[in-house]
Structures are given as C-alpha cells and as structure tokens.
Ligand binder design. Sequence first.
Ligand code: PGA
Length: 257
Amino acid sequence: MQGTKRRFLIAGNWKMNKTLKETEEFFDMFMSFKKDFGVDVLFCVPFTDLKTALEKTKDSKIKIAAQNCHFEEKGAFTGEISANMLKELGCRYVLLGHSERRQYFNETDLTVNLRLKAALKEGLKAIVCVGETLEQRKDNITDEVIAIQIKTALKDVSKAEIDGVVIAYEPIWAIGTGENATKEQAEDVCKKIRKEIEKLYDSEVAQKTLILYGGSMKPANCEELLKEEDIDGGLIGGASLKSEEFLKIVDVAEKIR
Ligand code: PGA
C-alpha cells in the first residue's frame, strides 16, 4: 500500500534444491544482474549451502536464511541443527513452520513455538509460516485455524522479541500447485493475521509486523498480490530457483513500495 512504512520483503525458499555448485552459479548470475535493491531480498537455502551463500552475498544486501532450526541448543538430536550453530555460521535468519515441515516431519504449532523461542534467544530473525489446508478452507474454518497457529507460534514471545518475527501466510493448497490464492483471499487472511497480532500485542506492533504471502507467487501474479494493503512481500518457492524469474518479482515489488 502506498504510504505504509513497512518495507517489502521478497524471500525465496529453495526447499531441497541446489547443490553447492548450483548455489555458486546462482549467486554469480543473480548478482551480475543486481546487487542493490529497493526492497529486502532474502533466500532460504539448504543447510549445506548456507556458508557458500553467505560468502557469495557478503558484499550485497541479500539476506540468507536457514530453512529450520531445532529448539535445543545441543545434544542427542541426530540430523538437527541448532540456532546457535546457525548464528556462529553468520546466518541471521531462519524459516520456521513451513507446511512441508508440518506435513512430512510431524512439526506442530507447539514445536514451531519452541523453535521460534530458541531462534529468538540466539538473536535470529524468523519467518514463521501458517496456512490452512484445502479441506479446512472448504469447511470454512480458515480463520480459526490461522488464529490458533498464530497464537500458539507466538506464545511467550515478548513484545520486544516480536520485532524479529515475520509471518508468512501460505495456504497449503496454493503451494507448488500453480494455483495461487486470489488477491482477495490472500488479503483477507493477511489482514486477519494482523488483527490477531494486534490482539496479542498492540496496534503499533501489528502495523510494524511484516506479513508475506506465499503459494505459487510468480511474475505473472505478484503485482496484484503485492498491491494489497496487508501483504508485505512474498515467500516464493518455484519462482525463486531461477534468477530471472525472481528478479522480475523484485522489480515489481520495488515499483509498488
Ligand atoms: P511455491 O512455494 O512458490 O512453489 O508455491 C512457496 C513455498 O512453499 O514457500
């Protein structure tokens, strides 16, 4: 929205894509096109690509995020990575509660909350994903589902800490399906998320918090979504894997806000 103080965040989520070599090639290409942006630009990359991505982007404003972190600091949690491991690597951002983590790796609102608190304790900034299934949407319980996800994820997160939290609304039925939510559907839920944050904190916090939309966002549909008042950017999967596509979305965002 024109006039809002919230700065857009255009975030790519590579999921389980790109080897080290592909990561190097991607950033060489991406940064040969553009290094400075009128919006914030971030990539969530696999753990194995973090160090390389951080090194490659160190002279730019691009931010690099991990795609998860565990809630314990250390110990017998084979296969997991802790927030302080990320911090020591120089990684300052982490994606949490993505629906694929919930669907395939049994993550729940409760574990998302634990992971969020662990990340914030280490001073990381987090993007927390929420979203309803198609069945929940059809059953008309989207608002309730989202409210519970938000309330549980933010439980015991203080007003000072919420500053480091971005919410991403990703309707599960829109992820990787090519079928994005309409701008009305996306705005409706993003506005309700802001209301929910206002109830939990206050209107100043609600107005400052970034709320992204994710789910089949691409150059062809990003403009109408990003023009909505309560959508402060995108979490972009498929269209973040090719620099040209992702840059088109960045360009559109720069023109809007
Ligand atoms: P998509 O993925 O853009 O490929 O739908 C979005 C996401 O899962 O974050």
